[in-house]
Structure formats: C-alpha cells, structure tokens
Write a protein that binds this ligand. Structure first.
Ligand code: CO8
Length: 258
C-alpha cells in the first residue's frame, strides 16, 4: 500500500492516511487501500482495536481529492459517492473499535471519515467542517446522515449549509468529538481508550458495538429486542461465565474471546 500505512503493535492497528503533500485527500487509490486495510484488520484475530490518523502535522484528511472530483461526470460522481459510503460503512461496521485520532484538518470527506469511526479524539489543533456547499457540492460520504445523528439536526444543518470550519473545542462542545487534548498527547489518549477496551471481554465489546450501531438505526422497541437477543447469546459464552466468576472470586478475569 502506498497511501495507507498499517502498523500493528500490542494488539492495536494504527492506520495512517499517507498523502501529506495533498493534506491526505481521499482519492481513488486511498479508498481502495483503505478498504483492503479494513478487511485485513477486521479479519486479524491479533488486532483488538484500530486507531485512524493522518500523516504530517497539518491534516487528518482535508477531504475528497478536489482535483479528482473536478473531472467527474454525474454518473461517475454518484458511483464514487456510493463507493466511499460503502468503504466508510465497512469502517463503521468493523468488529473492532475504531478510534479517529484527529491531528489537524478534518474537512469534507475527512470529517466524514472521522464520523464513520466509533469514537473521535482530537488535537487542540484539529479543525472540522463540511465545506462542500462552498464548492457547489454536498457531502457525499454520508456526512448529511452521520452528522445529525451525532450532534442533532439543527447544528448539523447549520454546519452543512454554512460550510463553517469549527475548532476542536467547538467540536467537543457539540458532541462531535469525545476528547480534545494537546497535540503531543493525541496518540497517548487514543491508545489509552483502546487499552481500556482491550482489557474487557472481546465478545462483549463486539456485541455492545453491534447493539449500539444497529440499535441506533432501529425503532426503540426493535433495538431493545436486539439488545436482549445479544445479551442471551453472550450468556452462553465462556467469557461471560469467566467475567462473572472473576468478580465473585475477587480476581481479574481472563477472557478468551469465546
Ligand atoms: N483535495 C486535493 N488537494 C488538496 C485538498 C483536497 N481536498 N486539500 C488540500 N489539497 C492540496 C492543495 O491543493 C495543496 O497542494 P499544492 O501544494 O500542490 O498546491 C496542498 O494540499 C496544501 O494545501 P494548501 O496550500 O491549500 O494548504 P493551506 O494550509 O493553505 O490550507 C486548507 C489548508 C484550509 C485545508 C485548504 O487546503 C483547503 O481548503 N482544502 C480543501 C478543503 C475542502 O474543501 N475539503 C472538502 C473537499 S470536497 C469533499 O470532501 C466531498 C466529499 C464527498 C465526495 C463525494 C464523492 C463524489
């Protein structure tokens, strides 16, 4: 892979979008490689969590590659949007928790990529926005769908219609990011969240993610039914028995992922 760096260490996969000269803009190659990368980490039993970040000091991802967009006919543009949505859905549905470590500009497709991750940690230097309307476009990688779900319809509408760029502090205030930290503490914070998750029962983590993700798109009643079904499934596993026994015996659980 040329545009994505994939490093694995201590059960954590670090995925770095690596086109720093173009502020890590998402072109066709980035999408292909991002897709392969997420298929690999999803299938790798040694990987328990994933952190996604951008290469260089300046940008997480400054959006879709505008030079590539400028050449597109309507049908090709629609196909490109659908393909990007598919890849971002793959990230959202990754069975391992995916944390965006937003180190700089997260604009347009970059903000949409961060929103497709399960959690977002931002450097104080990060900037967020969906500036597409200023280019005569609209967000095309599900930004119009994920942003209102994260921050509410009114604030999402304002950000989408004005294309305004907001600070990390404002992103935190509206619930777009979970934490804002000093730039030098960004990876440490993302890794600490990943480590906290890694210490828990892996099957429970996977089912909890599925309950939140899928339940979010269902009616309340269906979501509760789905949660109860997953709860029942888990109850038959060795991990659940181990977790409960460890509490009663006042010791640390040893989860095996089965
Ligand atoms: N695409 C391609 N190249 C880019 C992009 C981009 N999104 N952003 C920056 N670059 C390139 C610049 O062209 C420049 O290259 P060069 O040195 O060859 O001229 C290099 O990166 C550095 O950028 P700047 O000189 O502009 O750096 P500044 O520090 O002056 O500015 C900004 C940084 C503010 C981030 C500025 O680069 C900028 O505004 N970038 C564009 C941000 C943007 O509008 N993003 C949204 C793009 S549209 C989108 O994401 C749509 C998603 C849905 C698509 C659906 C599929 C059809």
């Amino acid at each position: 892979m040329e545009t994505i760096l994939l490093e694995k260490k201590d059960r954590l996969a670090l995925v770095t979008i690596n086109r720093p000269k173009a502020l890590n803009a998402l072109n066709d190659q980035v999408f292909s490689e991002l897709e392969s990368c997420f298929r690999e980490v999803a299938a790798d039993e040694e990987v328990a969590a994933v952190v996604v970040t951008g290469s260089g000091e300046k940008a997480f991802v400054a959006g879709a590659d505008i030079k590539e967009l400028a050449t597109l006919e309507p049908l090709a543009a629609r196909r490109l949007a659908e393909r990007g949505q598919r890849v971002f859905n793959l990230i959202e549905n990754c069975p391992k928790p995916v944390i965006a470590a937003v180190n700089g500009f997260a604009l347009g497709g970059g903000c949409e990529l961060a929103m497709a991750c399960h959690m977002r940690v931002a450097s104080e230097k990060a900037r967020f926005g969906l500036p597409e309307v200023g280019l005569g476009l609209i967000p095309g990688y599900a930004g119009t769908q994920r942003l209102p779900r994260l921050v509410g319809k009114g604030i999402a509408m304002e950000l989408v219609l004005t294309g305004e760029m907001i600070s990390a502090a404002r992103a935190h205030e509206i619930g777009l990011v979970n934490h804002v930290v000093a730039p030098e503490a960004l990876h440490e914070k993302a890794h600490a969240i990943a480590a906290a998750i890694q210490s828990k029962g892996p099957l429970a983590v996977r089912h909890a993610m599925e309950a939140v993700n899928r339940g979010f798109e269902m009616s309340r009643e269906d979501g509760e039914r789905f949660e109860a079904a997953l709860f029942g499934l888990l109850a038959g596993t060795e991990d659940t028995k181990e977790g409960l026994a460890a509490f009663i015996e006042k010791r640390k659980p040893e989860f095996k992922g089965r």
